[in-house]
Design a protein around this ligand. Structure first.
Ligand SMILES: C[S@@+](CC[C@H](N)C(=O)[O-])C[C@H]1O[C@@H](n2cnc3c(N)ncnc32)[C@H](O)[C@@H]1O
Length: 295
């Protein structure tokens, strides 16, 4: 059994040379978080599906104090990317077969995917290291939700970690299907274009709320337009609707190009009138500015 201890690790943790075992249960492995991820994504649906889809997102990894981690961080600043190993703390249970968002050929064995629903819920993300300040690492490209416990950090070492010509398993089925003109290809052949209205609205949302909406839309739609609960895409008449946090984007499919037509608030009119949710003022201002986008 794998256990995650949520304490400051002061007994038998970091740097004391004790084995990562547990005397009561010889099969158990004891893991103690070294810190937490701090991002603006509070829930699983808000988090990007992989670091590459989050390259515009800034995040912090805050290491715990009083654990000698200042010394452990020495010499790390010279690396551009880090591997972050973490715990999918919001998931319970796991599934042997899962349906990945990119699959065009059905369910896949979980070990052949990067699904968060695993027997040991360990996450692995290569994030861009921007700078280190004390015990805080400023990074880009984090696909973890706020509060995710971090278990380890390692430098991303291109000469040994990067294998650009490696095969991609079932992801290649999707690419072949697209070439044959059969089901829609989620593998990046899609061009995403924001119409002037949508571009102005996305830029406004970024300025007003800090959410890099344009980058999130481009990264999500680059996988294709097909309705998908993971990517929160639905059909809406002739067009489609993509949800990113509490914003909705209407887009149209034009050959291999996806045209994002407009941004709308995800709030219903009644809630918009009365709710006191954090962040709702930005939606009210948005609708004052673009009244035709009122729900
Ligand atoms: C597809 S997984 C990939 C994660 C990592 N890059 C990997 O390959 O191990 C990314 C998704 O995990 C979910 N997620 C992120 N942090 C989580 C957490 N702390 N607990 C549960 N699910 C989480 C979010 O829904 C996010 O979109």
């Amino acid at each position: 059994m794998t256990q995650l201890r949520h304490d400051d690790g002061s007994d038998g943790a970091a740097g004391d040379g004790s084995p990562a075992g547990n005397a009561d249960d010889p099969g158990a492995l004891r893991l103690v978080p070294i810190g937490l991820v701090r991002t603006s994504m509070a829930t699983k649906v808000e988090a990007p599906r992989q670091p590459a889809a989050a390259s515009a997102e800034t995040a912090r990894i805050e290491l715990l104090p009083n654990r000698n981690f200042e010394h452990a961080l020495e010499d790390l600043a010279g690396w551009d990317y880090l591997w972050v190993i973490y715990w999918f703390h919001l998931n319970e249970g796991w599934r042997p077969k899962v349906l990945p968002p990119r699959s065009t050929t059905g369910r896949k064995g979980v070990f052949a995917t990067r699904s968060p629903h695993r027997p040991n819920p360990l996450g692995l993300s290569a994030v861009r290291l921007e700078r280190i300040e004390g015990l805080t690492l400023h990074v880009r490209g984090a696909d973890m939700v706020d509060g995710t416990p971090v278990l380890d950090l390692k430098p991303y070492v291109p000469y040994t970690d990067a294998h650009p010509d490696a095969r991609s398993g079932w992801l290649e089925d999707a690419a072949r299907a697209a070439q044959a003109g059969t089901p829609p290809d989620p593998l990046g052949a899609w061009q995403v274009h924001l119409e002037p209205l949508a571009a102005a609205q996305a830029d406004w949302v970024r300025q007003r709320t800090g959410l890099p909406l344009r980058e999130r839309v481009e990264a999500t739609l680059a996988l294709g337009p097909q309705p998908n609960p993971y990517r929160r895409i639905k059909r809406e008449g002739e067009a489609f609707r993509l949800a990113i946090r509490d914003w909705r984007m209407r887009f149209a499919v034009d050959g291999r190009e996806l045209r994002v037509l407009e941004v709308r608030s995800g709030y219903r009119a009644a809630r918009l009138a009365t709710a006191e949710d954090p962040g709702i003022d930005a939606h009210r201002e948005f609708i004052n500015r673009w009244p035709s986008q009122a729900p």
